[in-house]
Design a protein around this ligand. Sequence first.
Ligand code: GDP
Ligand code: MG
Length: 439
Amino acid sequence: LTSGLEAAWTKLKGEEVLTKENIVEPMRDIRRALLEADVSLPVVRRFVQAVSDQAVGVGLIRGVKPDQQLVKIVNDELVKLMGGEVSELVFSKSGPTVILLAGLQGVGKTTLCAKLANYLKKQGKSSMLIAGDVYRPAAIDQLVILGEQVGVPVYTAGTEVKPSEIAKQGLEEAKKKKIDVVIMDTAGRLQIDKGMMDELKEVKKVLNPTEVLLVVDAMTGQEAAALVTTFNVEIGITGAILTKLDGDSRGGAALSVKEVSGKPIKLVGRGERMEDLEPFYPDRMAGRILGMGDVLSFVEKAQEVMRQEDAEELQKKIMSAKFDFNDFLKQTRAVARMGSMTRVIGMIPGMGKVTPAQVREAEKNLKLMEAMIEAMTPEEREKPELLAESPDRRRRIAKDSGKTEQQVSQLVAQLFQMRVRMKNLMGIMEGGSIPTLSN
Ligand code: GDP
Ligand code: MG
């Protein structure tokens, strides 16, 4: 998806304003990029239309190049398409909250039961899992093991009892135990079939769930739209969970869910571990899809905290590959001042996925970096080449900052990588000027 979109921006270089004519080609690239990312055709059509309408409608904003405007419009539309804001899970006001998980086989439902329980535990909520996949004894064992792993009870009634009956018994048990959230695991099939839908309908009737969440594998391609529509029409969903976003997914499914069902993606699974579950952030996903590590918002954010001249200076340095350790430090501190590391890390080129653990790691790195940069001489800060060339200097810095030589070498390497990355990314945009985007 990324490279296709980059081509779209490049075509607008040198243009003064966005017109009906000059957006034709970029829009074709965007369309192709979305289709290649397995976004379903009707969704692509509506998206392209919405972007085109807006693009031609906007007048000349001073200081903003047309390609940047288009990036912004595409970004905003992507965010809108994915629901705009984070959608929280809904909790029942009286009695246990009931979450019913549905979806095809192998998408990660059973794993999610435990991940969800673990997630809710951190919010101080107790959970109970109900083993409703009666077709494979292994599925029940799997849930029991996962339940043990995260320390939550699992209600099982073997494979001889109907899922709706298990659901009923499980719910009663949870009420007795005053459990906050009941999570029902269900069986999936390789394909949508009537038996599965009927069973889900029955279970739903018994449970009267607060949330019916369709679990969708992020790798699901074109079929995502039909899949979501069918489940929504047949059983009525309240939202979706996108799993396996850690894989080599092209993200198409994420774009289709809200558009075809009107229901938001609420959570995303990013791995097999119990901690790998987090809220779905439409803006981050859009940034990821745009594939520029969201340089735009990064620069926007940076501007908020840096004085304008500083930002322009930084800009020049990035363009001329003079980005040095002073800039690195300034920027790092600015980022720290911004507070929300979580959001910002997602914007740094090349750092797409962020887990809470990574955020803590990044904050630790920040302190580490500061210590090492502070141990550099002014000359070394301005000329990182000196450090690249001299192991003696690196050794001294390591000693003075109480870090290892390897850590210093890593920092130096990181700066050079950053130079290259930033130069490449800014080069994508016309002349690389700082976008002063007005809304
Ligand atoms: P179910 O058939 O829908 O119940 O799917 P399972 O929960 O049994 O998961 C199927 C496989 O996908 C298992 O091997 C899981 O470990 C794996 N899995 C589930 N969620 C994720 C995820 O977010 N990322 C990755 N990489 N694997 C996952
Ligand atoms: Mg399962």
